[in-house]
Design a protein around this ligand. Structure first.
Ligand code: GLN
Length: 200
């Protein structure tokens, strides 16, 4: 299995590090050819407007939309969540949102860079909290009933799954906790979506 990390801008290197720690050889994706060769994709945090423009500049927007429509398992964190959402509030005009997960997000909804924070995240079915790091994070303002909300913070979803799309508004690659990445890479997405602790 080949796991790609979209490496146009943002925290791609940290995701690669977590994946390598898990024994998964991660490959950087910058071209349509590289995208075509991966079985899973991580879209990192960073700046969604910049990543959106770079997707266009690198000819990746249409191939990515096609692969997502074909059910490519994808993990999107922070800016990655914004790119995968169905609707972006306070987005840059024309910024891509691929609609791989039926949520509406507000960019920078948790405040500015200086208002970054961490909070323990209680994930459904997990025995211990996940350390959530929020940096200019988007707020998920609404999620359709088709979206499996796996964790909330103050009543707003922060970790969700729909089909083989997993999104978080926080940065799991910054935590010394690889459970989200491990679940994403170990899950057999073709045969249903079992949470690795046993949650169906
Ligand atoms: N606010 C950023 C954006 O709009 C996301 C921040 C992040 O990924 N840490 O893309």
């Amino acid at each position: 299995m080949k796991v790609g990390v979209l490496a146009l801008q943002g925290a791609f290197g940290l995701h690669e590090r977590v994946l390598n720690r898990l024994g998964v050889a991660a490959v950087q994706v910058r071209t349509p050819q590289e995208l075509a060769e991966v079985d899973r994709l991580v879209i990192p945090g960073g700046e969604s407007t910049a990543i959106s423009k770079l997707l266009d500049a690198n000819g990746l927007a249409d191939p990515l939309a096609d692969r997502l429509a074909d059910g490519l398992p994808v993990l999107g964190t922070c800016a990655g969540l914004i790119l995968l959402a169905a609707e972006v509030v306070d987005g840059y005009p024309g910024q891509h949102c691929f609609g791989a997960v039926d949520v509406a997000v507000r960019r920078n909804g948790y405040g500015r860079q200086s208002e970054s924070f961490s909070a323990p995240i209680e994930v459904e079915g997990w025995e211990s909290d996940f350390p959530g790091v929020f940096i200019r994070a988007p707020v998920i303002e609404s999620a359709s009933p088709d979206v499996d909300v796996l964790a909330e913070l103050d009543g707003a979803p922060v970790l969700c799954r729909q089909g083989s799309t997993v999104v978080s508004s926080f940065h799991p690659e910054l935590a010394e906790d690889d459970r989200i990445h491990r679940w994403f890479v170990e899950q057999d997405w073709s045969t249903g979506h079992r949470w690795f602790t046993g949650h169906e």
